[in-house]
Design a protein around this ligand. Sequence first.
Ligand code: SF4
Length: 207
Amino acid sequence: MKKKVGKVISGLREHYPVVKTGLDFNTKLQLLISTVLSAQSTDKSVNKVTESLYKKYPDLESLLKLTRKEIEDNIREIGIYKNKSKNIYKLLRIIDDEYNGEVPDKMKDLMKLPGVGRKTASVVLAVGFGEPTFPVDTHVYRICRRIGFTKSSTADKVSDDMMKIIPKENWIEMHHLLISHGRNICKARNPECSNCNIEKYCDKVGV
Ligand code: SF4
């Protein structure tokens, strides 16, 4: 398995020499908000609404002045915006009241925030704080199972399985590589296996 992991990482690096999050942000708070907004929405649609949101309300102080309805009005172009507005409205106040205005840097604290599950917390820790974590979104989940890295059927278990077989220093990079692969080649429908660098290391489970 170790050899297979190494080959997959090398193959994916050839496809995607530069990887980073697709979300646009300037601060950890913006990263947190964008990640909450990205649930069931594409990074592109999130960036579209946050571009003007962060321009008008760049920090906690300015965001706290928004009513829930005003947050809704600013993000209504993305999916489940009412629920997301409610969560953002509440989490801004929790960060202000309980964390001195700073985004918490512990998984357990992040996961107490409304709208923040393990995946969102992992992304914030990995991208915002450089903490080694292995966030599992829909692309990562699908590809890890297709390749044959795991048979687990929940995102949390897939994350646990992957952290056991991938060297810690590669967790964040691998997360980004798999997302890029899911968007470009190993798509949910009709994966382009003949264009895939890692085809010979892939079990193609369910493909
Ligand atoms: S060979 Fe096919 S199923 Fe396997 S990772 Fe590549 S595109 Fe996905």
